[in-house]
Design a protein around this ligand. Structure first.
Ligand code: MCA
Ligand code: AMP
Length: 495
């Protein structure tokens, strides 16, 4: 029976090591066997999950992939949820996606158990699965495979639906452009509810028969120890991580620094993306390690679209040229397609990696396309053959630590605070995080509120990266003649 290409590829690498950690290694065969067991357990007496949504709450590593492949092999749609999210955020993802099952590992099952009970969602603990393998359904690549929640210009995140064919296209274009092979070895320390970790790292590695070393989070010292022993051929991270690595190298004793730098120097490729990499960080990294970072541009809805060249120029401050199989165009405010260099326009993308739809949001889906081209909402300009990102069309989208955040979502939460009468959330430039979430609030009469108290209050409502880093209390918010709060004027309050 024909299998999903991702599974057939794994079979061709069955004896290779897929995951390695200081304590154990797991082969591709292990992932195939485990995912067959997960699929059988999910199916029970059914023949096919028929695109039922299965939420995934599993620590990065072999179990995560066994669960992911298990869902796919059983015909389900995988909905990975953020390990560090708050209960209201989990509740939103489970109810919006209408998930019927949460698949969790032993470390996380207890954290979501009461929510599952309250919502009537079945909780399956991966470590307690006892099903033996059974015959699995044939899955066509046109079927829907994954829903990723992404923040945007609405107050609640939208579910981005991709098919197996979309995922395959997103992976194959990177495997080709960056010349992935079975001899690659890559650390994985990014969250696995976003494209960067799921597609660019795990997806490409496992498609290629390569080896992944998974960390449960960005464990700086453990990762540097492995770099120092020349463990990796490839490294992929967000700009904030390169800033943190530079800080760590600058403060390390000279002998340690030289040993770690040698480990970075010998990697065949180091990539930065998910947010703008300041040219100064790019240049600093080259000065310290001799590596020229390859910056690329992508989005949850499209995978990767634009990249500096693997063989060729890697220009600081620019994201490069369209990836294989991806079409990119710029459209200006007047609705004209820009063909000249040095003229800004919105990036629009077309290609087999572009998502199928926003989950249950036909209007939002329709609005996000322009004659078959996906409207990214990012402005760019073409300069000497390479695109340079100029910013976003919406001031309500903030990028912090590589996470895309909706100012409107954070504002809606803050307005539930009993002392906050009005608020405007903005992103202010920040050397480490790219942008720092900043709240400007009008309080109830005679009330006082400090940042520490506000952050403490936010803890149970918003993920750590959405919690305001700065707070300014004002007597009124700047408004235009129509009475609407103007975010540029709010930003101007900070000089
Ligand atoms: C955490 N902290 C922050 C932020 N996040 N402070 C300011 N701004 C933030 N955004 C604070 C915490 O409050 C805490 O403070 C301290 O930093 C450590 O928190 P922790 O969560 O442990 O931080 P970390 O482990 O150092 O995390 C930094 C990180 C992480 C590794 C950069 O944010 C991360 O994994 N980001 C990547 C996200 C990602 O994969 N994005 C891709 C989506 P205290 O110490 O006071 O308690 S975009 C995508 O997929 C598209 C397609 C693409 O193009 O790639
Ligand atoms: P997300 O929706 O979380 O997938 O984030 C996608 C957004 O991240 C894009 O729309 C861009 O605004 C931003 N982004 C990704 N890569 C880059 C980059 N190299 N430079 C600037 N912005 C980027």
């Amino acid at each position: 029976m024909p299998e999903l290409p991702i599974i057939a590829r794994a079979r061709s690498h069955s004896s290779h090591v897929a995951f390695e950690s200081p304590s154990c290694t797991q082969t591709y065969q292990h992932l195939l066997d485990e995912s067959a067991r997960v699929a059988a357990a999910l199916l029970g007496h059914a023949d096919d999950l028929n695109e039922a949504r299965v939420a995934l709450l599993v620590t990065p590593g072999a179990d995560y992939v066994a669960a992911q492949w298990g869902i796919w092999r059983a015909g389900g749609i995988k909905v990975p949820i953020c390990l560090s999210a708050t209960e209201p955020e989990w509740e939103y993802a489970l109810t919006d996606s209408q998930a019927t099952v949460v698949l969790a590992d032993a470390a996380n099952a207890g954290k979501i158990a009461s929510l599952c009970e309250r919502l009537g969602v079945r909780l399956m603990d991966l470590s307690c699965i006892s099903a033996s393998a059974k015959s699995l359904p044939e899955i066509d690549v046109s079927r829907r495979a994954m829903i990723l929640y992404t923040s945007g210009t609405t107050s609640k995140p939208k579910g981005v639906v991709t098919t197996h064919a979309n995922i395959q296209a997103q992976i194959e274009c990177l495997v080709q452009a960056w010349e992935w092979s079975a001899s690659d070895h890559i650390p994985m320390f990014l969250p696995l509810h976003h494209v960067h970790g799921i597609i660019n790292i795990i997806g490409c590695a496992l498609w290629s028969g390569a080896c992944v070393e998974a960390f449960s989070r960005f464990e700086l010292n453990a990762i540097l120890d492995r770099v120092r022993s020349h463990a990796y051929t490839l490294f992929m991270a967000v700009p904030t991580i390169y800033v943190k690595l530079i800080q760590a190298l600058e403060s390390a004793p000279e002998t340690d620094r030289a040993a770690i730098v040698a480990g970075f120097k010998t990697m065949r490729l180091m990539v930065s993306g998910s947010a703008a990499l300041p040219a100064s960080v790019h240049e600093q990294w080259t000065a310290i390690t001799g590596q020229r970072l390859l910056e690329r541009y992508g989005m949850t809805e499209i995978g990767m679209a634009i990249s500096n060249l693997y063989h060729g120029e890697r220009r600081p401050g620019a994201v490069g040229a369209p990836l294989p199989g991806v079409e990119v165009r710029l459209k200006n405010e007047g609705g004209e397609i820009v063909t000249a260099e040095d003229v800004p326009g919105e990036i629009q993308v077309r290609g087999p990696g572009v998502f199928a739809a926003y989950w249950n949001r036909p209007e939002a889906t329709a609005e996000s396309f322009d004659d078959g081209w996906f409207r990214t909402g990012d402005m760019a300009v073409l300069e000497r053959g390479y695109y340079r990102i100029m910013g976003r069309l919406s001031v309500d989208i903030i990028k912090s630590g590589g996470y895309k955040l909706s100012a409107l979502e954070i504002e809606a939460s803050l307005l539930e605070h009993p002392l906050i009468r009005e608020c405007a959330v903005i992103g202010l430039p920040d050397d480490t995080w790219g942008e720092a979430v900043t709240a400007v609030c009008v309080l109830a009469d005679n009330a006082t509120l400090d940042l520490k108290t506000l952050r403490e209050w936010c803890k149970d409502r918003l993920s750590v990266y959405k919690v305001p880093q700065r707070l300014k209390v004002v007597s009124e918010l700047p408004r235009n003649a129509m009475g609407k709060v103007t975010k540029p004027a709010v930003k101007a309050l900070f000089g």
